[in-house]
Design a protein around this ligand. Structure first.
Ligand code: XMP
Length: 526
């Protein structure tokens, strides 16, 4: 499904000039229940018109309008009659192209500021006349374009907020989308509701209803196959498509032998048991374990697992096809692709969000499989996917689970992966998960798991000397997995996890806490 599906909802588009906050703007708008889409900065008026947008937001960006290859806007956008809000670099573009003066600065003004509201503006209606705001900008406006007026100033800028009411053009030099501008959400909502006339009609209930209809229209009487991993995205996609087309969907769940404790039982119980989804369970554990025998190199492990997954999945779909009778066949492959995966491919270079973790695309299926793709979550951010999951009555255990890598526990067992080492890690990991859930910390952190190290050390248990394995605990906070910090978990919880692992898991006599950040370390150890 393409991202340009026409939703019956108010829509605002955001032109992406490379700001690290572009996605934040899009999410803030959606939190205010207005549907938003991010478009490349060089989209012109015609392309924007076809989206049906009621408003345009210009993101900030790292460039100066004076740079030779700075991303430029088609100035005709300012003459479309659709309201425009320029943020940071966006306000400078507005001033630059409409006859104002912008002063070059190679030093960014960065940090908190105080905005004094000067005149009447729909942006500040209902708000105090003095506001805390967050600045992060280079160039500065020294004269507003004809017809514009200043409606807000800060310590360092007489033109921190400007407007041309008649032409519905507005500019903010600060960032209303970040948490450091506490009333920023109200400013954005004023733009959405008062200026653009949007209604708060983007709800997950309406998304489900409309998407189900679109899935039915697209699929007709054909069949859909989906690789279910048990992660949030594929699970929500499965539940949504099942709601739309019921038994025309078959999920394939591959047990690669590298799953967490009870994982395959849980997934089968939820999807086959509760949801009555047609589920093909493929136990390929022995194949994977045999393949991994003697392999210790992390990259080799990943490649072998990725390649084998594709073979197993292809075989499973062939089996499905041969089991079927009648004219309908499996024409569609469903995937839980999310909006951030889609935006990454249109962002301009220099945007940190454009960095793609290619090595993570394990389980990506080859085009030779000749399927048409069905990606019903392409428009959603992760928090929206979770809401959809809750509305579809998926259990919290699935909806709020932490990310788990495609190659599974293999990248958390340093050295050779054997059945015995998998058993040890599964037990240790289960204790970590249970203790984290018991204190609710599981839901506050990005990931919390155990890693089995290829290190044995001496210990003492009762009167016995031991010489056993060690595990490391990796518990990190992160926004998106790109950067991460280790969590300052209360000592009591760490102590409890450590004591339980050493007492209960045979083969472990030492627990360490990983206190490295990403970068330079990574979250997973391999
Ligand atoms: P790293 O280890 O690169 O991980 O800091 C960043 C995030 O990505 C997850 N991860 C994966 N996810 N397939 C996935 O679907 C993979 O192969 C994979 N490897 C790492 C990791 O758990 C963390 O959240």
């Amino acid at each position: 499904m393409s991202s340009d599906v026409a939703f019956r909802a108010s829509k605002v588009v955001i032109l992406d000039f490379g700001s690290q906050y572009t996605q934040v703007i899009a999410r803030r708008v959606r939190e205010s229940r207005v549907y938003s889409e991010i478009l490349p900065f060089n989209f012109g008026p015609e392309q924007i018109r076809t989206t049906g947008a009621r408003g345009i937001i210009l993101s900030g960006g790292p460039a100066s309008v004076f740079y030779k290859d700075a991303p430029q806007i088609d100035p005709n956008i300012f003459r479309m009659g659709i309201p425009v809000l320029g943020i940071c670099y966006g306000i400078q573009l507005m001033a630059f192209h409409l006859g104002g003066s912008v002063e070059f600065s190679d030093r960014r003004e960065y940090g908190a500021g105080t905005l004094s509201v000067l005149g009447e503006s729909p942006l500040f209606e209902g708000l105090p006349s003095v506001l805390q705001v967050w600045n992060s900008h280079g160039d500065k406006i020294t004269h507003v374009p004809p017809g514009f007026e200043a409606v807000g100033s800060t310590e360092n800028s007489a033109y921190a907020a400007i407007q041309h009411r008649g032409k519905l053009l507005f500019g903010l030099q600060f960032h209303p989308e970040v948490a450091h501008t506490p009333l920023g959400k109200d400013i954005l909502e004023n733009f959405l509701y008062r200026v653009c006339g949007c209604s708060p009609d983007w709800t997950m209930g309406s998304f489900i209803e409309q998407t189900c209809q679109q899935i039915r229209d697209k699929v007709g009487d054909q069949k859909v196959v989906l690789g279910l991993s048990g992660g949030v995205d594929s699970s929500v996609a499965a539940a949504l498509i099942h709601r739309a087309i019921g038994a025309q969907l078959t999920c394939i769940f591959v047990n690669n032998g590298l799953l967490r404790s009870r994982e395959s039982e849980t997934v089968q119980k939820i999807f086959r048991g509760n949801f009555r989804v047609r589920l093909k369970y493929v136990d390929a554990s022995q194949r994977f374990l045999t393949l991994l025998q003697g392999v210790t190199d992390p990259e080799k492990k990943r490649k072998l697992i990725g390649g084998e997954f594709i073979r197993v999945f292809e075989e499973a779909t062939k089996e499905l096809k041969s089991e079927e009778s009648g004219d309908s066949h499996y024409r569609f492959l469903a995937q839980g692709t999310l909006y951030p995966d889609v935006i990454e491919s249109v962002s301009i270079s220099g945007n940190p969000a454009a960095l793609i973790k290619s090595h993570h695309n394990v389980g990506g299926l080859p085009e030779t499989m000749h399927f048409e793709l069905l990606e019903p979550l392409r428009q959603l951010f992760k928090d929206e996917v979770r809401q959809v999951g809750l509305e579809l009555e998926l259990p919290r255990e699935i909806v709020f689970r932490q990310p788990f890598p495609g190659p599974g526990l293999a990248v958390r067992i340093l050295g050779e992966v054997t059945e015995e080492r998998l058993q040890i890690l599964r037990q240790a990991d289960e204790i970590v998960v249970n203790e984290m859930k018991a204190t609710d910390w599981y839901y506050k952190v990005w990931q919390s798991f155990a890693v089995l190290l290829p290190v044995r050390s001496v210990g003492v248990m009762g009167d016995q000397r031991t010489y056993e394995n060690s595990v490391a605990l990796r518990i990190v906070e992160s926004q998106d997995g790109m950067t991460a910090d280790w969590v300052r978990l209360p000592y009591e919880i760490l102590a409890r996890i450590s004591t339980r692992i050493i007492n209960e898991v045979k083969g472990i006599n030492r627990v360490c806490y990983d206190i490295s950040t990403k970068p330079p370390s990574t979250i997973e150890w391999e």
